[in-house]
Design a protein around this ligand. Structure first.
Ligand code: SF4
Ligand code: SF4
Length: 79
C-alpha cells in the first residue's frame, strides 16, 4: 500500500517489523505483550501488525525489541 493511499485513509503512523532482523516469536516475542494497544500479532512464528493508527508512540516496543532493533515506527506526516 502506498504512503499516499494510507494518508488518504487517515493513517498517520506505520509500524514496520523487519523480517531479517526479527528473531521470531518463539525466540523472542517481547513486542506482543509490550504494546498497550495490541498492534503486534502472531502470524505463525512471525510478527504481524494490525490497526497501526491506534499506535500512541509510547516506544515500549522499541525498548522491548532490544537488541534486535527490528521495529520501526514511521510517522507518515506530522499532524
Ligand atoms: S521484539 Fe523485536 S525481535 Fe522480538 S519478536 Fe518482536 S519484532 Fe521480533
Ligand atoms: S510505540 Fe507503543 S503503541 Fe506504538 S506499536 Fe510500539 S508499543 Fe505499540
Amino acid at each position: 500500500m502506498s504512503t499516499a493511499t494510507e494518508a488518504a485513509r487517515g493513517i498517520f503512523i506505520r509500524v514496520e517489523v523487519s523480517e531479517p532482523r526479527c528473531v521470531g516469536i518463539a525466540a523472542c516475542g517481547k513486542c506482543l505483550p509490550a504494546c498497550p494497544v495490541n498492534i503486534f500479532v502472531a502470524r505463525g512464528d512471525r510478527v504481524g501488525v494490525q490497526e497501526e493508527d491506534e499506535c500512541i508512540l509510547c516506544e515500549l516496543c522499541l525498548q522491548a525489541c532490544q537488541p534486535y532493533e527490528a521495529i520501526q515506527i514511521v510517522k507518515l506526516y506530522e499532524p
